[in-house]
Design a protein around this ligand. Structure first.
Ligand SMILES: Cc1ncc(COP(=O)(O)O)c(C=O)c1O
Length: 433
């Protein structure tokens, strides 16, 4: 049986080689994607092996991934989820747990976040009946600052939830200190920043909770997937409960009576001895991943340092080639950080002799993929027209981002030739005007 599996996996490796014949890059003809999964023969074999073992639900592979990933990012606990958005929902919802007693967030409490970002950093705030307080960001870093957040804190503010924009860390130590001083929770949306550091520490370890996405555009992929990280074991228990239907029981799949009180506890108004497997201490969901996804994640995880180094190299190459390009605001790393970049942000200076759409059209005609800075100023999006929120200060930069910004790729699937072509195209367009 073992031999047959080896043979099959050997064939899978050969199949992978057949499928991935080298294709030379033809400028203007070959697609330059802004992001994408970089999958090799080991990834394909890992998926097939998990399929051969019929690992169709969450199990041993998911647990191994969770412990390795937590160790890699320097936190105590990682809980896999089916997406980064689900991870955000779980992280924020965990702060409403009755187990936090007087510290629990309650409907009407405020959470400070940025206006220009990804919608599912903000949606869990709305979903939990909390009120987002929008602050502006800085052009160049595309992050907000502790000063802006501090100025936004009001009597009902209980938490801060912020993403590291396009992989560029915000001032995470200062933000964590601010949260601590003011008695607020900090949730770090680390979906775009795996591998980034701030003051030498990995992002994802500064907040009470942090989240990760494993969607193909991200630093590691499982196809679909995400993760909640925390160093706080009580919060980890809440996250696990809410992820796993809201149950109080923490038995791993296939196990029973880990707590040794399966039929010996009484909770809520239930009869004494009610099976602990079916006692629900939270209003939860099922947001788990499968072992198939975790198998791919484990194979990808072994390449994280390589992926991160290529992202940094591609970003630096673009940044260097574009230095001094007129009419463009180029991206800047937050001082003290070493970003594992998600993308390369470009803002067309307001007043430039061309419109953003003309530059984007020029690039897209050359098969250079561009993306908006996610939702732009969220409060201008149709979904948020009826939502209750507060705005602290002005949202000038968020509006500039909505109207003038976009990003191009730096992901490890891009060759030097591709990166050089992107830079040359941008330079050609802006220098001719
Ligand atoms: C900052 C940020 N947060 C959350 C998400 C959501 O992740 P997912 O697509 O896995 O739900 C994304 C997705 O790209 C993101 O960029």
């Amino acid at each position: 049986m073992g031999d047959r599996k080896e043979l099959l996996l050997d064939e899978v490796m050969k199949y992978h080689q057949d499928k991935s014949r080298f294709q030379s890059f033809v400028p203007g003809v070959s697609e330059i994607w802004p992001s994408g999964a970089v999958l090799d023969a080991d990834d394909r074999a890992a998926l097939v092996e998990a399929a051969l073992e019929l690992r169709i639900a969450a199990g041993a592979k998911a647990q191994v991934f969770e412990s390795r990933f937590a160790r890699k990012l320097g936190v105590r606990k990682a809980h896999l989820t089916n997406s980064g958005s689900s991870a955000n929902l779980l992280a924020l919802s965990a702060l409403t747990s009755p187990t936090l007693e007087e510290h629990a967030l309650r409907p009407g409490d405020e959470v400070v976040t940025v206006a220009a970002g990804f919608p599912t950093t903000v949606n869990p705030i709305v979903q939990n009946g909390l009120v987002p307080v929008f602050v502006d960001v800085e052009l160049g870093t595309y992050n907000t600052t502790p000063e802006r957040v501090a100025a936004a804190i009001g009597p009902k503010t209980r938490a801060i939830m912020l993403a590291h924009t396009l992989g560029n860390p915000y001032q995470a130590s200062e933000m964590a200190e601010l949260a601590e001083e003011r008695g607020l929770f900090l949730v770090e949306d680390n979906c775009d920043a795996v591998g980034s550091t701030y003051r030498g520490r990995a992002t994802g370890g500064f907040g009470d909770l942090a989240t990760v996405s494993f969607y193909p555009a991200h630093h590691l992929t499982m196809g679909e997937g995400g993760c909640v990280l925390t160093a706080n074991l009580s919060l980890a228990r809440v996250v696990e409960s809410m992820r796993d239907w809201g149950r109080d029981c923490w038995c791993a799949p296939g196990e029973s009576d880990t707590c040794r009180k399966r039929f010996a506890c009484q909770m809520g108004d239930l009869p004494a001895g009610y099976d602990h497997k079916y006692i629900y201490s939270h209003v939860g969901y099922n947001l788990k991943t499968t072992d198939l996804q975790a198998a791919l994640g484990l194979s990808q995880l072994s390449k994280l340092d390589y992926f991160t180094s290529v992202r940094r190299r591609n970003w630096r190459r673009l940044r260097h080639a574009l230095d001094g390009a007129p009419h463009l605001i180029l991206p800047e790393a937050t001082p003290g950080s070493d970003p594992s970049w998600f993308g390369f942000a470009v803002t067309v200076e307001p007043g430039a002799p061309f419109a953003r759409r003309e530059l984007i059209r020029f690039l897209e005609d050359r098969k250079i993929g561009t993306r908006q800075m996610f939702a732009g100023n969220l409060i201008r999006q149709p979904a948020y027209q009826g939502v209750r929120y507060r705005v602290a200060g002005d949202l000038t930069a968020s509006d500039v981002i909505t109207e003038q910004s976009f990003w191009v790729g730096v992901y490890p699937g891009l060759s030097d030739e591709m990166v050089d072509y992107v830079a040359a195209s941008l330079n050609e367009f802006v220098r001719a005007r």
